[in-house]
Design a binder for this molecule. Sequence first.
Ligand code: HEM
Ligand SMILES: [Cu+2]
Length: 549
Amino acid sequence: MEHFHTNPELNYLTNGHSLRSWLLTEDHKRIAMLYLMSVTFFFFIGGLAAAGVRYELMSPAGNMMESETYNKLFTAHGTVMVFLFLLVAIPAVLGNFLLPLMIGARDLAFPRLNLLSWYLYMAAGTCITLAMLGGGADTGWTFYTPYSSMYSNSNVSLTLLGVFLGGFSSITTGMNFVVTTHKMRAPGMTWFRLPLFVWGHYATGVIMLLGTPVVAITLLCVIFERTFQLPIYSPELGGDPVLFQHMFWFYSHPAVYIMILPAFGVISEIMTAFSRKRVFGYHMIAFSSLAIAFLGFLVWGHHMFVSSQSMYQSVIFSLITFLLAVPSAIKVWNWTATMYKGNVVLSGPMIYGIGFQGLFLVGGLTGPFLASYGNDVHLSATYFVVAHFHYVMVGGSIMGFLAGLHFWWPKMTGRLYNDTIAKWNAMLVFVGFNLTFFPQFIVGWMGMPRRYHYYYFAPEFTPYHILSTMGSSILGIGFAVPAFYLIHSLFKGEKAGDNPWNAHGLEWNTSSPPPTENFRYKVIVTDDVYDYDPVAEHENDMLAAGGKA
Ligand code: HEM
Ligand SMILES: [Cu+2]
């Protein structure tokens, strides 16, 4: 057994207390913690803006604020949530923390690049926040031209600069994940022993690398057009506004998978751990991540059914979009099959995980309604779309993030939180969520347009909006409560021990919190990752050669 010579008292949190040791850290676990604090902060800002939008919509008259203020609020909400939270939260916090641990590596392949990616993220957040404080942008998070390039007199360029910098942060993270998965696996960690969490992050990394440069260039061109009147997107100058939509959605459809694939990875781990059963269809789940990453690049035109693209083009995009539903459905089926006849343990993380599945199912099943070309001509730009993407993105990414954060919190901090409160809170989030977004399907189907700050022409929409605003208040509480019990656990929580859930996977074989070098012994993997079958339950199977004492 080969031990590394380190002080056994020290872990990554206690190894250096100065601000400098945090701000210049190259430890992927500390960088994950920096990200956790920053994404939480931006989630709070994005949430405040959402509250403004929701309260405005309580009455049909739209008299709480000017339409311009409303436009700036939903732009702030969308921009912050998408670019500073959803695209970042799971990969940069949980992925950063866990990917090296799960493959038995000491760190990511490029630790300094990882630190740089956090600084780029903070620069992005600073630009977007300054743009908001300086009066805000009013274009919506999609920045459609020629409005964003020619007409808007708001802080579009600074906001775009922020998104651009955030893009580079995303590219460096993706590069780190892809290279690390290829090059840093411990001996014996073959591709088909990789945890599904790693597969999900690998596929995400590929999308980040291939897709993000496109949106970065697209948005840079808007800045150039605004600043130098270069003819790119504006018809007055000889440009083409539909070109913007093609380039934007070529990235932004795959980007929705940057938001959801990491969550899929989280849920796969949680389903198998709390069903105490080998995950059903491991290979299918792994390959469906790659299929999603690939097909995701072929469907962007389903955002453009009403953009004047040719009917034949739309039909093809519609078809491929339907195909893309298959790999997502495979995952949901396989998680269900994993729970089937398992010994399901209803812990806090598991309730969040099951909640994820319920919400994602509704989001996923409403996708095909939108993918049907003819149907979408009616639904496009209504609240039906708003409900759909909130079910998949909030229900998917945020529930997935909460599920994962609860699952790995004891590993990250070494402390246990109150699991009973966590369970009840997970149910509160589920209820608040449905109350917020389900009425939006109905009112959207009835014709409520997206991005309007009033609807005096249709007072019959009012009850749906009131329900939705009530739900969002419950949801807001549901998002705030974990901050309290998790922070409380840091000071008062019981010591977690290495493996409080009795789960499998390399990360549970090192101490909680892990030492800076991740493992105090040399990792050699000799067995499959999800050996939950009772017959195959040996002690420390994964670490047969040189496991911890
Ligand atoms: C897997 C997770 C999914 C995520 C994260 C997701 C996310 C989103 C988002 C963010 C939008 C709105 C974009 C905007 O602001 O305009 C959207 C729209 C759309 N989604 Fe999804 N979606 C998912 C699954 C699906 C599936 C499975 C389908 C179809 C089979 C689908 C079909 C569509 C269509 C056609 C639109 C465009 C609607 C319109 O603009 O009229 N989505 N989705
Ligand atoms: Cu799409």
